[in-house]
Design a protein around this ligand. Structure first.
Ligand code: AMO
Length: 432
C-alpha cells in the first residue's frame, strides 16, 4: 500500500487522460452490465467511475471487484480515460485494487439517498450518515459559518477568548443546570460564558468573542433545543445595546453573504437571500399588541410562547429585533431602562421561525447588580468572584449570545436542530 500519491476524485478530469493514478475511498455503488462492471468510488471530493471490462480486465481483479461489499474501503490503481458518459467526464481503468477494509454486508443506512431513513436511525449511525452528500454539505457549511464569524470579529479587532465550562453558578435563570461532582464540591456545566465575558470587561480587553459549548438541562424534547449547544458570544465595553445590535445584524448579513457563494448549497437545493440590514426593531409592547391583533393573547410580563413566536414571525416575515423586554423576564445582569423601571435594555434577535440570539446592555454598577441578583432570589455571596470585578473600575458594556445551531437551521431551512450537530445531546441521546 502506498497511498501518499492518492488523488481526490474531484482533482481528476478528462484532461488527465492516459495518466496512471491512485484513488482511495468507499465503494458507493456497484453496477453490473454483464460485459462491463462499474464500481463507483466515493471520497471526500466526490465520485469516480471505475470501469472493468470483462474482456480486457484481469479475470481475478474483475471477480474481486464484483464481490467487494458496498461501503468497503478500497484503493484503486489505474489509468484515467476521458469518458463523456461517466459522471465526472472521466473513468478509471483499474490495474490493481486493494481492499483496505471490508464492510459488513448489511448496512445500517443507504448512502446513495435512494432509500430515506428516519433521523434517529441516521444519528445512531452518524459516521455513515456523514457519507451522504447532503449531510456532508451541512457540516462543511457549519465549518464555513464558524470561519466567517471568526473573520468578521478578527477584522474588527476582537480578541477570541476561552472561558471555563466547569463553573460554580447559574447565569440564565430560566433553564436548569447540570450538576457535576468536582472533588469535594458541587459544580455545574456552564449555561453561558456570561459571567466570565463580563469579568473581562474590567480587564481592559474591551472587545472579546467566544465560540464554545453551553449546557442546558432542558427536559423538554423539541426541535429547537439541545442539552449541549454551541454559543457564539461577544462582549464589548464602552458601548450600549444599540452598538452590539448593529454588530449582530451585520454579522448575520456577512455570514449569509459568505455562504451564499458556497457551491454545496445547490446540493441542498437552497438559494440564500442575504437579509438586508438594519433589521426591523419592535418593542416587547409592540410585539404583544401585534399578537393580540392576530388573535394571540400574551399578558404583559409573560414570555413569548413558541406559537406566539411563529405568529409574530408570520407578521414580520424576515429577521427582526424585539427590544425593551420586561425586566422581570431577563436575567439579573440586564440594565433597567432609564425611561421606565419595569423594562430593560435587552433584545432578542428573531428569525421568522425562532429566536436566534439574545443580549443586553449590562448593569455595570456594583450596588445595582448586587441588588438585582438578590431580587432574583439568588445569593449574592455565591457571585462574589463576579461582583468583585465591578468594584474596581468596570466600564459600561453590552453583549449577546447567538446559537450556532439555530443560525444554521434557520439559514438552511432545516426543521430539526439535531441535523446540524454531529453528535447531538438530548434527553434520550448520550451516544454516539
Ligand atoms: P440565551 O439563554 O437566550 O442568552 O441563549 C443565547 C442563544 O443561545 C441559543 N440557545 C440554545 N440553542 C439550542 N438549544 C438550547 N437549549 C439553547 N439555549 C440557548 C439560542 C439563544 O438565543 N447569556 C445570554 C446571552 C447574552 O446576554 O450575552 C444567554 O445565554 O439561540
Amino acid at each position: 500500500m502506498n497511498l501518499s500519491n492518492r488523488r481526490y476524485t474531484n482533482e481528476l478530469s478528462a484532461a488527465d487522460d492516459g495518466e496512471r493514478v491512485c484513488i482511495a475511498g468507499w465503494v458507493h455503488e456497484k453496477r453490473d452490465l454483464g460485459g462491463v462492471f462499474f464500481l463507483i468510488v466515493r471520497d471526500f471530493g466526490g465520485l469516480a467511475q471505475v470501469t472493468l471490462h470483462r474482456k480486457s480486465t484481469d479475470a481475478e481483479l474483475f471477480e474481486r471487484a464484483k464481490r467487494v461489499p458496498r461501503e468497503s474501503v478500497v484503493a484503486i490503481y489505474g489509468i484515467v480515460k476521458s469518458e463523456k458518459k461517466a459522471p465526472s467526464g472521466y473513468e478509471i481503468l483499474p490495474e490493481r485494487m486493494e481492499v483496505l477494509s471490508e464492510a459488513a454486508p448489511k448496512l445500517p443506512l443507504d448512502t446513495t439517498d435512494k432509500v430515506s431513513a428516519e433521523l434517529d436511525t441516521r444519528l445512531d449511525a452518524r459516521f455513515m450518515d456523514l457519507r451522504r452528500e447532503r449531510t456532508k454539505h451541512i457540516f462543511i457549511i457549519r465549518s464555513e459559518v464558524l470561519k466567517a464569524i471568526r473573520d468578521f470579529f478578527n477584522e474588527r479587532g476582537f480578541v477570541e477568548i476561552n472561558t471555563p465550562k466547569i463553573v460554580s453558578a447559574a447565569t440564565e435563570g430560566g433553564t436548569a443546570l447540570f450538576p457535576i461532582s468536582y472533588f469535594e464540591r458541587e459544580a455545574f456545566l456552564n449555561q453561558s460564558p456570561q459571567l466570565y465575558k463580563q469579568i473581562l470587561m474590567a480587564s481592559g480587553f474591551d472587545r472579546v468573542y467566544e465560540i464554545a459549548p453551553i449546557f442546558r438541562a432542558e427536559e423538554h424534547d423539541t426541535t429547537k433545543h439541545l442539552n449541549e449547544a454551541t454559543s457564539m458570544d461577544i462582549e464589548v465595553a464602552f458601548v450600549s445595546d444599540r452598538e452590539v445590535m448593529a454588530l449582530l445584524e451585520e454579522l448575520i448579513a456577512f455570514v449569509y453573504k459568505r455562504i451564499a457563494t458556497y457551491p454545496g448549497l445547490a446540493k441542498l437545493g437552497i438559494e440564500l437571500e442575504v437579509p438586508k440590514v438594519p433589521f426591523r426593531r419592535i418593542t416587547y409592547d409592540e410585539a404583544i399588541e401585534l399578537l393580540s391583533d392576530s388573535g394571540e393573547q400574551i399578558e404583559w410580563g409573560e414570555d413569548l410562547s413558541t406559537s406566539a413566536e411563529h405568529a409574530l414571525g408570520r407578521i414580520m416575515g424576515e429577521h427582526y429585533f424585539i427590544t425593551e423586554w420586561p425586566l422581570a423576564l431577563k436575567p439579573f445582569y440586564a440594565q433597567p431602562s432609564q425611561r421606565r423601571s419595569d423594562i430593560c435594555n435587552a433584545f432578542d434577535l428573531m428569525h421568522p421561525r425562532l429566536e436566534l440570539a439574545s443580549g443586553s446592555q449590562r448593569v455595570h454598577s456594583y450596588e445595582l447588580l448586587r441588588s438585582q441578583i438578590e431580587s432574583k432570589g439568588l445569593s449574592a455571596d455565591s457571585f462574589e468572584f463576579y461582583l468583585d470585578a465591578f468594584r474596581y473600575g468596570m466600564p459600561p458594556h453590552a453583549g449577546w449570545g447567538l446559537g450556532i445551531e439555530r443560525l444554521l437551521m434557520s439559514m438552511l431551512g432545516i426543521e430539526n436542530i439535531r441535523e446540524v450537530v454531529l453528535f447531538p445531546r438530548d434527553r434520550r441521546r448520550l451516544v454516539p
